[in-house]
Design a protein around this ligand. Structure first.
Ligand code: CUA
Length: 151
């Protein structure tokens, strides 16, 4: 009778482990949100809007930044916008997974090859905002940085 209890217990534990592992695998495989737009990472330079990376004014206080990330740079780099601007970032990676984090703001996004990342931010306070890659992307990862200047 005791044996039966132990058997049931150990079976239950095995089932629990399997469930946890299964859940983790499932959660990991979900990856990026499925509503994310995709792009051929081999053809970023030829695919609009990434064939023309840069900053464009699209409204009175509104800018669009089309940006490509690659080891170990942001293109365009050293962006300048007037204080009070809302900036819409449209980003993709040309090689590996990079991060896009802007110090002093809530901006923090993963930029993956094959996917288009869109995030927006209003910059009210003038200053130099440090932009960092926060995903390890290779030997030059620590040097992958630029600034957004709000004037
Ligand atoms: Cu790009 Cu780290």
């Amino acid at each position: 009778r005791d044996e039966k209890v132990w058997l049931t217990l150990s079976f239950g534990m095995i089932m629990a482990f399997m469930l946890i592992t299964g859940y983790q695998t499932f959660a990991l495989e979900m990856g990026p949100p499925s509503n994310m737009e995709t792009i051929d990472p081999q053809k970023v330079d030829e695919t609009a809007p990434f064939d023309k990376p840069g900053i464009t004014q699209i409204g009175e206080n509104e800018y669009e930044v089309v940006m490509t990330l690659e080891i170990f740079s942001f293109n365009p780099s050293n962006i300048e916008v007037p204080a009070g601007s809302t900036v819409h970032f449209i980003m993709t990676s040309k090689d590996v997974v990079h991060g896009f984090q802007v110090a002093g703001t809530n901006l923090n996004a993963m930029v993956m090859p094959g996917h288009i990342q869109r995030i927006s931010q209003t910059f009210d306070k003038p200053g130099d905002y440090l932009v960092l890659c926060n995903e390890y992307c290779g030997a030059g990862h620590q040097m992958m940085a630029t600034t957004i200047t709000v004037k």
